[in-house]
Design a binder for this molecule. Structure first.
Ligand code: FAD
Ligand code: FES
Length: 285
């Protein structure tokens, strides 16, 4: 892999009304193809030493653009929220190990928490393009910079609000929130997803492939549930990062090996995607 910073030009930067989350399109013609699960490191200012890692939400390699979905949490993302079209910033990528190809014939269950939607939305669209059966559940407390639409109950899915872009591609999806919001399932997204699975036939449950990205507590709870149900899959982890390409060893997490022992693995190059049951959730959380 060649490590070099590329110039990324802001094409569009749209914040939701409360400015908690944003959607950004960047033109990075030299980046090439990015696949679901990979991320980029963005520099947010010369005085901020470390670049910030973001999963890629979408990539149009022919147009030379990528999209990001970001939450404003600190200084770097606060600056990003103010970026205007035409501005140029340095970007490193594509980085990280992407999601695996789900087993043929599986029904893919995607469970996202907050901005964990970014890599899963990308994955959902790529699976839909290959005709793979895919369902997505998302938990969010804030506003979203994406259009939503009400959907009626279908198969094992309750009536509720859905992400329009995925629904149009045939990826059934529903949203959950802990507070009362019209169309949202009120409660944990894990309960929404598990409730959905409980409505499936044994044959359908036997061919589930679970992929998750979001807060550690959410992913750990899902991993525990998946272990008892025997559902295989993957999780995309976050870790504080410096280099982003395997050199500083600042992003390690405990990963169980097939032989039974546990090793530290670098989230930036050995991940961020790991087998769901390989992650040491106690340590990672
Ligand atoms: C592989 C990967 C993919 C990610 N994808 C997304 C995404 O798609 N959308 C999104 O909004 N966020 C994503 N994050 C989290 C994002 O990197 C942090 O929210 C961001 O770095 C915060 O920067 P800040 O300057 O605003 O916050 P500050 O708290 O001021 O940051 C201080 C330092 O801590 C680091 N840091 C803070 N929070 C995190 C975190 N959760 N993970 C890693 N480093 C952190 C920052 O990079 C910075 O070095 C991802 C993180 C990783 C590791
Ligand atoms: S961030 Fe440097 S090794 Fe992972």
């Amino acid at each position: 892999m060649t490590i070099r910073y590329l110039s990324a030009q802001v094409v569009a930067n749209r914040l939701c009304a409360a400015r908690q989350t944003g959607w950004m399109r960047l033109a990075v013609p030299a980046l090439g193809e990015v696949v679901p699960g990979q991320f980029v490191q963005l520099t947010c200012g010369d005085d901020l030493t470390l670049p910030r890692p973001f999963s890629v939400l979408a990539c149009d390699a022919a147009a030379g653009t990528i999209e990001l979905f970001y939450r404003v949490v600190g200084e770097g993302t606060r600056r990003m929220a103010a970026w205007q079209p035409g501005e140029e910033h340095a970007l490193l990528g594509p980085l990280g190990r992407p999601f695996s190809q789900p087993p043929a014939g599986s029904r893919v269950l995607l469970v996202a928490g907050g901005v964990g939607l970014a890599p899963l939305d990308f994955l959902a669209r790529s699976l839909a393009a290959r005709g793979q059966e895919t369902v997505l559940f998302m938990g969010t407390e804030g506003e979203l910079p994406f259009p939503l639409q009400p959907e009626s109950a279908v198969d094992a899915l309750p009536a509720g609000i859905a992400l329009q872009s995925l629904q149009r591609l045939g990826v059934a999806n529903r949203l959950a929130s802990l507070r009362e919001r019209p169309g949202f399932f009120r409660g944990l997204v894990t309960d929404l997803a598990i409730g959905y699975v409980q409505q499936l036939s044994l044959e359908e449950r036997a061919r589930l492939w679970l992929v998750t990205c979001g807060p550690m507590a959410m992913m750990a709870a899902l991993a525990r549930w998946a272990a008892t149900e025997g559902v295989p899959g993957e999780a995309s982890l976050e870790a504080h990062m410096a280099c982003g390409y395997g050199v500083c060893v600042g992003c390690v997490t405990g990963i169980h090996q097939a032989e039974g022992h546990r090793l530290y693995r670098r989230v930036c190059v050995d991940g961020p995607v790991f087998a769901l049951q390989a992650v040491d959730w106690q340590q990672a959380g």
